[in-house]
Design a protein around this ligand. Structure first.
Ligand code: PLP
Length: 384
């Protein structure tokens, strides 16, 4: 959000900026979903709903979880919130006591540690590495668990690295959790539609059914259905937790937008061609960005894995000097150099907990990807 504000400001100042910081699909919301929202308005679905969401949407989500993720949930096991972020925040708020620990694997989505801290918890950051494919290993998980651990947060496909866990990798983490029955698992599957190069999204709960009584699945309509502005996310898990989240929602936002909920039913139960098409578009753009960036000296790019981000190492740029005489010491310096000298906005790995890397979003047009990568290649060649 801060990066978006900076890009908007620079553009307002007249700068021509290529924006690779975008965290949402640039594609339009599919027509049948928009029509469902309009029909809801015309039908007078413009009032409060239950704080856990409408029965029709919770039934639709239970159906979606069975169809796509092979998970068996009743509508009572589902709570709808104003985005996946809203669900994660409320889940932490209703479960964390002061000092409770939450295991978060780095690089991580920036909001997790902040949401833990706001709710009096302690983020326990497990440092990931490229050598492990940026995935949490069973040994690292085992070492991070203490008697104070309340949650492990998993996120696959991952923001920012795109890492997609296999069923076997998830099952191995599940085996560790079997030995620690006090640890709950929050599986953030918001990017489930976006796995590339033969990778396939598997729900954590499908791979580790043994943790069903202490697992919260978080997902939503934002990314897969290009509905970020509708603000619809959901949690699926044990009834006691779901009811606690819903009780807190009733005291914070009352309920998610009734109109957006009607639209989300069309998303989850309508044709699934839209997320499939979005995945095809992003896969092609990710490949293009990786190929073009591989020409940038000092940037070690990988093939797109999942979500809509590349997370290349920029270790090869550190120690180099810009034409203005500035030495690049950190990935933050690289971000500053790219935006100032090349007009390309990226995000530094330090934001996500592992440096020196950049996060580049390919949720933008092919033309912008070509132009932005051309500028990055040029900017890298100008370093000495
Ligand atoms: N989880 C991850 C990893 C994300 O990147 C995001 C959004 O950027 C979300 C959850 C939240 O999405 P929303 O609140 O729009 O459902």
């Amino acid at each position: 959000m801060a990066a978006k504000a900076l890009v908007d400001k620079l553009r307002a100042d007249g700068r021509d900026i290529v924006d690779f910081t975008i965290g949402e699909p640039d594609l339009n919301t599919p027509d049948h979903i928009v029509e469902a929202a309009i029909a809801a308005l015309r039908n007078g679905e413009t009032k409060y709903t239950g704080s856990n969401g409408t029965p029709a949407l919770r039934r639709a989500i239970a159906e979606k979880l069975a169809r796509d993720n092979h998970l068996s949930f009743a509508p009572e096991n589902v709570v709808v919130g104003s985005g996946g972020k809203h669900i994660i925040f409320h889940a932490l708020a209703v479960t964390l006591n002061a000092g409770d620990e939450v295991i978060i694997h780095a690089p991580y989505w920036v909001s997790y540690p902040h949401m833990v801290v706001v709710n009096d918890g302690v983020p326990v950051i497990v440092q990931g590495s490229e050598a492990d494919g940026f995935k949490l290993t069973p040994a690292a998980l085992e070492a991070a668990i203490t008697p104070r651990t309340k949650w492990l947060i998993l996120n696959s496909p991952n923001n920012p690295t795109g890492a997609v866990y296999t069923a076997e990798e998830l099952a191995a983490l599940g085996a560790v959790l079997q030995r620690h029955p006090h640890v709950w698992v929050m599986s953030d599957e918001i990017y489930e539609h976006f796995a590339y190069g033969g990778a396939r999204h598997v729900s954590a709960l499908e791979a580790m059914p043994g943790v069903a009584d202490r697992c919260l699945i978080v997902n939503g309509a934002s990314k897969g259905y290009c509905m970020t502005g509708f603000r619809i996310g959901f949690g699926a898990g044990p009834v006691k937790l779901i009811n606690a989240i819903s009780k807190l929602i009733s005291q914070t936002t009352t309920c998610p937008s009734a109109i957006s909920q009607a639209a989300a039913i069309a998303a989850f139960l309508g044709t699934q061609e839209a997320p499939r098409e979005a995945a095809r578009v992003f896969a092609a753009r990710g490949r293009l960005m990786a190929e073009l960036l591989s020409r940038a000296q000092g940037v070690a790019v990988h093939a797109p894995r999942g979500a809509f981000y590349l997370y290349p190492s920029v270790a090869g740029l550190l120690g180099k000097t810009t034409p203005a005489g500035v030495v690049l010491d950190t990935d933050q310096d690289v971000v500053r150099y790219f935006i100032e000298a090349a007009g390309v906005a990226t995000l530094d790995g330090s934001v996500y907990g592992v440096s020196p890397y950049l996060r580049l979003s390919f949720a933008t047009s092919e033309q912008q990807i070509r132009e932005g990568c051309r500028r990055i290649v040029e900017a890298c060649a100008a370093l000495s």
